[in-house]
Design a protein around this ligand. Structure first.
Ligand SMILES: Cc1cc2nc3c(=O)[nH]c(=O)nc-3n(C[C@H](O)[C@H](O)[C@H](O)COP(=O)(O)OP(=O)(O)OC[C@H]3O[C@@H](n4cnc5c(N)ncnc54)[C@H](O)[C@@H]3O)c2cc1C
Length: 427
């Protein structure tokens, strides 16, 4: 049987102890079968179990093998496109529902960390950093927009304010969201998976679903077993491949790269990020960084459209790291890894139903630590028969990528190039 281990990353090297779960063997039956053990799948499973459903999770590799175990660890509110974009696509009632959900994910994470005693180095405070005055103005507008939805935890930072939280000359200002923050992402999902099992949920690793049979009682088939359920939840995101071609057609896997430096020591680490907040800049292709619990700088950025693995990750990321913190010119990089997120054309998540009993949520477009947790709650609500919030999400238009399989990568890269140019010239 094929065995897929975690990729070599700082997170895998510092993961909390977790059992290797056995692969699925034979025929089984349950209420809900979840495909994929990232935040979306595990979060859905946990909400369902808390409400008394029987749940089996099938994971192709290990819990948190995908983006959920490799990401920047940044808890960021709202969506990859903000609520002003949402407002243009749906009516006021739906916009209000989606607006409320935009700020729920961080609270779900914090509640779970507390309730299930998950050790994942949770810290409060996230900074958006503006590299030009156009971006700073957009942050002011964002603060006002979020206030309209009742969210009031954002403080604007002028040039000296941002110097107080991140020691670089790069930024003209920014904003600080105390509802943002950061976590050890793999340890969060491992802790949530342990919570799933503590409530009687079943997780099988090394159990890729190779075929889905729709019907009144849909069936998920793996190489050596099958699960028949009342409902399926598809949560494979950028790693789903062609299992369900209709989902693949309206999304595109993209790679982004992360490095972890050697431990910097208390003093140097404190001089870079004195309040230990996480930071992301406001560029279209953004840099994101934070300190780990053992005082490494975890720095990510860049996008590879189509998710080809780059040959030399350090060579891609180090120039931006050194441009941000020239004082780290000679720092050693201990770990470098890549992970795939799923881009949608609108950059808004896609949630929906195939037939009456196969649910999916995908495509947070690189901004999913919080939303995937909301998705878990909303999918569980829909399965329970309360679909108002699910319907509000499902009503967002899902566009296919122009150019189809062949041209979607170059066309999207061209679009990104245009936005990168705007960032560079501050236009
Ligand atoms: C490098 C990187 C950095 C990021 N940084 C941030 C950040 O700082 N903040 C933020 O908000 N977002 C960030 N994101 C995005 C965020 O991590 C994702 O939106 C989120 O983790 C997606 O969770 P998921 O559960 O939907 O998908 P995943 O975590 O990718 O999980 C999908 C799982 O499904 C499994 N699977 C797929 N197909 C099958 C199958 N056929 N059968 C069984 N199992 C299957 C996969 O093995 C995988 O484990 C980042 C993403 C990446 C890649």
């Amino acid at each position: 049987m094929r065995h897929t281990p975690y990729p070599h990353s700082y997170y895998a090297a510092s993961a909390s102890p977790a059992p290797e779960r056995p692969a699925l063997q034979g025929a089984h039956e349950t209420d809900v079968c979840v495909i994929g053990a990232g935040y979306t799948g595990i979060s859905t499973a946990l909400f369902l179990l808390e409400q008394g459903f029987r749940v089996t999770v099938l994971e192709a590799a290990r819990v948190g093998f995908g983006a959920s175990g490799r990401n920047g660890g940044q808890i960021v509110n709202s969506y990859s496109r903000d609520l002003d974009v949402v407002e243009k696509q749906v009516g006021p009632r739906q916009a209000r529902l989606l607006g409320e959900m935009a700020f729920e994910g961080g609270q779900i994470i914090r509640d779970r960390v507390r309730r299930y005693a998950i050790d994942c180095d949770l810290k409060d405070g996230g900074v958006f950093a503006a590299v030009n005055h156009r971006q700073l103005k957009a942050l002011e507008e964002q603060q006002a927009l979020w206030r309209r939805y009742g969210y009031d935890r954002v403080e604007l930072l002028d040039a000296s304010g941002i110097r107080g939280v991140v020691n670089t000359d790069l930024y003209v200002g920014g904003s600080l969201d105390m509802g943002g923050g950061h976590i050890h992402p793999l340890n969060l999902v491992l802790g949530e998976a342990a919570a799933v099992e503590s409530l009687g949920g079943i997780i099988h690793e090394q159990s890729a679903v190779v075929r889905v049979q729709p019907g009144e009682r849909p069936v998920a088939y793996t190489e050596h077993g099958q699960v028949t359920a009342r409902f399926l939840v598809v949560a494979g995101n950028a790693y789903l491949g062609d299992l369900l071609p209709s989902l693949a057609a309206k999304s595109m896997p993209c790679g982004t790269q992360v490095v972890a430096t050697e431990p910097l020591g208390e003093e140097l680490a404190h001089s870079l990020l004195p309040q230990d907040y996480c930071v992301e800049d406001c560029n279209y292709l953004l840099d994101y960084y934070r300190l780990s619990a053992d005082k490494r700088l975890i720095f990510g950025g860049g996008v590879v459209y189509g998710a080809r693995d780059p040959a030399d990750i350090e060579a891609l990321v180090r120039p931006n790291l050194v441009r941000t913190f020239p004082q780290l010119r000679n720092v050693k990089i201990d770990y470098a890894w890549t992970g795939n997120f799923l881009l949608t054309l609108s950059r808004l998540p896609q949630m929906g139903r195939l037939g009456s009993n196969i649910y999916y949520s995908q495509g947070c477009s690189g901004h999913g630590v919080t939303f995937t947790h909301v998705a878990g709650r909303v999918l569980a609500e829909a399965i329970r028969g309360q679909a108002e919030r699910f319907d509000a999400f499902a009503a967002l238009p899902h566009y296919p990528f122009p150019g189809g399989r062949l041209l979607r990568v170059p066309l999207t890269a061209l679009g990104a190039w245009y936005y990168q140019l705007r960032d560079r010239i501050g236009w």
